[in-house]
Design a protein around this ligand. Structure first.
Ligand SMILES: Nc1ncnc2c1ncn2[C@@H]1O[C@H](COP(=O)(O)OP(=O)(O)OP(=O)(O)O)[C@@H](O)[C@H]1O
Length: 476
């Protein structure tokens, strides 16, 4: 038997009014005086702990007693006007140093009120040595639409325990969504409690960077309102979503972020649109190669990209581990809309096998040598897309069933907050991005380009050369 048992966490003390059969009989006056002294002591402790309530109350009471109603009214009015002036004068500093810290105090108090019940009903309270141990609510920080609650876990708990009950916690605390993210220390989990939805508003097309930053392409907005930077270097991107989920907007957001590179020749986007050009045709001048009708031409395009990848890999072997795009050896991005048409629904078996073989080479060898794939698909089943695992970056838009989420984004991602099946139809372009090796899905709304905006972009930045195997006259 161990000499000393040590377990982290808040111990739940017994209630102050637990009555036991007295062993020594004491007079009533002594008991009442003892309880009275204890109550006064407790009040003093509480007054000290909640100084931010007791101190202003005491101050205002003193002002009232000294000056009548004018005292507290003038003080409150003065503080209110100073705060309003600060808010108008410099909103970011007002929010950061004034509003959010005040709000965080209030929220901490309100989370603490429900904490015990929330932990017990979510089965995060642990029974140990005949008493209950709760995770410790350490700190609350507030931001735009999100509260970050720092929690010290009970010994033996892991962040996934909180992720699994995230939905229950969201209902308990009355927020839209809760996400559990591992903290900087192994015993800490950060609960992100999202209140309003900053992604409810449509995201307008973002400015085109003069030189594309391949590790941070601006493609949409994330939940804190910041631009979401998508990494393309060293990865392949799979976009999955039901009909009307906004797969097109993901593709066009990525193409737009690369547009200046298309003009300068640093980037070549090759477009494959097996749906007859319905989606990509409108911006065809953005593509250095484009195929939309002929499956044989699409197969040749993929094979050509695969042979470029192999050739570059041969040249770079032993010299560098990451290709740097130049005008002579540009970054090639193969954009494929509705990949299932090529990998599953194609009736020509021979052609289908050639496409699959070239795609698997491309996906496995291309990412280090500057040949990338951005592919969209509606049906995430394994028989439709056999090489799902070769896409390190996966974007799950609205999906029809909960089971599809882990299928698309990886085991446990729905528990960690990627609720793709809960995205309403009214929010097209909203999805969760999961990066290989990162346990936290990021909720993003991709920018939406109307047909006219795509045409404008193609007119400004495009330099079409080949369409379905034919070289176009007058193209750059
Ligand atoms: N990012 C977005 N923001 C706002 N609205 C969007 C966004 N993306 C798409 N939409 C709206 O949703 C509609 C459907 O989008 P889109 O055609 O891109 O979906 P999809 O997933 O490609 O569907 P399908 O598989 O049927 O082609 C668009 O016509 C547009 O009105």
């Amino acid at each position: 038997m161990p000499l000393v048992n040590v377990i982290r966490g808040d111990r739940i003390e017994e209630a102050p009014l637990n009555l036991r059969t007295p062993i020594i009989r004491i007079p009533l006056w002594l008991a009442i005086s003892w309880w009275g002294a204890k109550a006064v002591g407790r009040m003093a402790v509480l007054a000290g702990r909640y100084w931010y309530v007791t101190a202003p109350t005491a101050g205002l009471t003193w002002l009232y007693l000294r000056y009548g109603w004018a005292g507290p009214a003038v003080t409150v009015g003065g503080i209110g006007s100073a705060a309003a002036g600060w808010w108008y004068g410099h909103r970011p500093s007002f929010l950061r140093f004034g509003w959010y810290p005040t709000l965080a105090r209030f929220r901490r108090w309100s989370y603490r009120r429900n904490w015990h019940a929330a932990m017990v009903t979510a089965r995060l309270a642990v029974a140990f040595d005949s008493h209950t141990v709760l995770p410790v609510l350490r700190r609350v920080r507030c931001g735009a639409g999100v509260d970050v609650v720092t929690v010290r876990m009970v010994t033996g708990q892991i962040p996934d325990d909180f992720a699994k009950v995230a939905e229950r916690l969201a209902h308990t605390f009355g927020v839209r969504q809760v996400k559990a993210v591992p903290g900087t220390r192994p015993d800490v989990v950060l609960l992100h409690l999202y209140r309003g939805d900053p992604l409810a508003k449509l995201v307008r097309p973002l400015p085109v960077p003069a030189v594309p930053e391949f590790t941070a392409l601006p493609v949409g907005r994330q939940e804190d309102g910041e631009v979401y930077p998508l990494r393309l270097f060293g990865t392949q991107v799979l976009v999955v979503g039901a009909t009307g989920a906004g797969k097109g907007s993901v593709i066009w957001s990525i193409v737009r972020s690369l547009a200046a590179g298309v003009t300068s020749g640093l980037v070549q986007v090759w477009g494959l649109d097996p749906k007859g050009g319905m989606e990509l045709g409108i911006g065809a001048p953005m593509f250095a190669r484009f195929a939309c009708k002929d499956y044989a031409a699409m197969c040749e395009l993929i094979e050509e990209a695969a042979s470029v990848a192999r050739e570059r890999a041969g040249k770079l072997r032993g010299r560098t581990r990451q290709h740097t795009p130049t005008v002579d050896e540009p970054l090639i991005v193969l954009v494929i809309d509705e990949l299932a048409n090529l990998t599953a629904y194609l009736t020509d078996r021979q052609l289908k096998d050639r496409i699959k073989a070239a795609l698997s080479i491309l996906l496995s060898q291309g990412r280090a040598v500057g040949v990338h794939v951005v592919a969209a698909i509606q049906d995430p089943r394994k028989e439709v897309l056999p090489f799902r695992d070769l896409f390190p970056t996966r974007i799950g838009l609205r999906l029809t069933e909960p089971a599809q989420v882990d299928l698309v984004l990886g085991e446990g991602m729905r528990d960690r907050g990627a609720l793709c099946d809960r995205i309403p139809k009214s929010l097209p372009g909203v999805g969760f991005v999961v990066l290989d090796g990162d346990p936290t899905p990021m909720r993003v709304r991709f920018s939406y380009l109307s047909d006219d905006e795509i045409r404008d972009m193609a007119h400004t930045y495009g330099r079409l050369r080949v369409i379905d195997g034919e070289i176009l006259d007058g193209a750059a």
